[in-house]
Design a protein around this ligand. Structure first.
Ligand code: XMP
Length: 517
């Protein structure tokens, strides 16, 4: 295990991963861990260069656990963000009060008492998301920043490298966030930079090399993550790597074309497993989003296991490892970070990190597990992959299954496939593909009245969604050109059978998620 300079203790905030992101952008390595893991490390005499305590969904007044070891390490720099600041205030004898209503959104704050952060001046609009507030800073702390209505926004210890922030500096929407984090790491904690992008390839390659001798199989989707993971692994493993692409019947026409291109233009050994009928059968009558996700995940595992065993028998080989393009956000989401009381803040059950390895008795090989999406893209380019392959829009593991609200049937699949095809043709034709981070269509489970020809129609609704994002953790809806929206809308109504209305989704994340299910 590579040791990281900064430990980020996760109290269950939706933004914890963004702290790592921002920390890396500032040139420092960090890792996220649970409260329990951090406490164990301190107990074993380990100590980080700096400790960051994340935000969290709970109320400090209901949290009976003590966190003394986070605050009583000699000279350890500690940054508490939101919930982290509240436990800090409680620990040092300040006053934390429960708000009647939560505060979510932008707030203006400014420095007080001569507090000065290089590069930061005047009013800052920052992102707040909290229930409790520190109404009295503890003794020994100075009020460093306040909101206009005098809510304490930042406090700094007068003699120790300890700082608390009520807002989220890690969120892009927080002005001055990067400067404030940099101030903490470099001025308060006195850390030297220890992370740059060349570390990514070295670490990932070392991880693949560490498996020694063995045959590796890859659940290959053709998306950026599995493509980069497979290309990297292929460089080390050569023909010991076998990729399998499951056609679950929930793909778009462009996905089939893409796999064919990769089969023809890369050295990867890719086998397509045609399993459409099995998936449709398993999805028959399922309309609950979570049940649908689970059904797709379980069927994927069953199909994969059966067909891969047949392949092993046929070729006389035995697979020892499963290569997955798992990224850091998936890892964090899947380990239930808030394990101190067994609670997790899972919003959606993720398809990718299923029970496959246990079922097939395979060891996991996840060379990208410490990376975020944009980092993986840069790594892909470094490995020589074509620009358009590593800059494809993300496409979720459960495919258009999570874009068909209500039951998945072959007819409804076709509606999404056809409308998606139109959207992508127009995105390319009107030169807008790169201007949005992800674009897709969703079939809604409602019918509306329309006029087709001269007759009344009573048909379904397609929603077009386009978002801009850095890593999918937060997103804003794309302000798409009127001409694009208008062409897409009229083409879908005219060309897709059974659709009379097209709507455009103008919800950002949060509060919406990117996918509808
Ligand atoms: P949400 O809907 O959670 O999506 O805001 C964030 C990003 O993740 C993709 N997504 C998935 N990707 N398996 C995946 O591989 C999944 O189960 C899954 N669910 C959502 C989504 O397309 C967006 O890019």
């Amino acid at each position: 295990m590579v040791s990281r300079q900064i430990w980020i203790v996760d109290f269950g905030s939706q933004y914890t991963q963004l702290i790592t992101r921002k920390t890396r952008e500032l040139g420092h390595s960090s890792e996220i861990m649970t409260v329990k893991q951090a406490k164990e490390r301190f107990k074993n005499g380990l100590k980080p260069g700096a400790l960051v305590l994340s935000g969290g969904p709970d109320s400090v007044s209901e949290d009976k656990e003590n966190y003394h070891e986070f605050f009583n390490q000699e000279n350890l720099a500690v940054l508490g963000i939101c919930y982290g600041m509240q436990i800090m205030a409680r620990e040092f004898g300040g006053k934390v009060e429960k708000g009647l209503l939560g505060e979510y959104g932008h707030t203006k704050i400014h420095a007080t008492n001569g507090f000065n952060i290089p590069g930061v001046k005047g009013d800052l609009e920052v992102w707040m998301s909290h229930f409790d507030t520190v109404t009295e800073a503890p003794k020994g702390f100075k009020r460093a920043m306040e909101s206009h209505n005098k809510v304490l926004a930042a406090m700094v210890h007068e003699s120790q490298p300890i700082m608390g922030l009520q807002f989220h500096p890690e969120v892009d929407h927080s002005e001055g966030g990067k400067e404030i984090l940099s101030y903490f790491y470099e001025k308060l904690a006195g850390l030297e930079k220890d992370w740059d992008e060349s570390e990514m390839l070295k670490e990932a390659t070392a991880l693949v090399q560490s498996i020694g001798d063995g045959n590796v199989l890859c659940a290959f989707s053709g998306g950026v993550d599995s493509l980069v993971a497979a290309t990297l692994a292929h460089k080390v493993l050569g023909n010991k790597l076998h990729c399998f692409f499951v056609d679950n019947g929930l793909l778009r026409p462009q996905d089939h074309g893409h796999i064919k291109t990769l089969q023809e233009h890369t050295d990867l050994n890719i086998t397509v497993l045609d399993s459409k009928e099995v998936f449709y059968k398993k999805l028959h009558g399922v309309d609950d989003p979570e049940k649908k996700r689970k059904a797709i995940g379980v069927t994927f595992i069953e199909v994969f296991e059966e067909q891969v065993h047949a392949y092993e028998k046929d070729r006389g080989i035995h697979f020892t490892h499963l290569l997955q393009g798992t990224l850091y956000p998936d890892v964090i989401e899947s380990i239930s970070p808030h394990e101190k009381d067994g609670k997790s803040v899972t919003i959606k059950s993720h398809h990718n990190v299923g029970g496959l390895p246990e079922r097939m008795k395979l060891k996991l090989l996840e060379p990208l597990r410490f990376l975020f999406k944009d980092e993986v893209r840069r790594l892909g380019e470094e490995l020589g992959l074509k620009y358009e392959w590593v800059h494809r829009h993300p496409f979720p593991g459960p495919g258009i299954g999570v874009r068909i609200l209500g039951e998945v049937t072959p007819e409804r699949v076709l509606k999404v496939q056809s409308s998606d095809q139109i959207l992508f043709e127009e995105l390319h034709r009107q030169n807008f593909y790169e201007a949005t981070w992800q674009a897709f269509t969703v079939l809604l489970p409602v019918k509306t009245v329309g006029v087709k020809g001269d007759a009344r129609a009573y048909e379904e609704v397609i929603c077009v969604r386009m978002v801009n994002s850095g890593d999918g953790m937060t997103a804003t809806w794309t302000d798409a050109p009127r001409e694009l929206l208008s062409t897409v809308s009229s083409r879908i109504c005219n060309e897709v059978k059974g659709v009379t209305r097209v709507v455009y989704d103008i919800t950002s994340k949060p509060p919406g998620t990117i996918e509808w299910e």
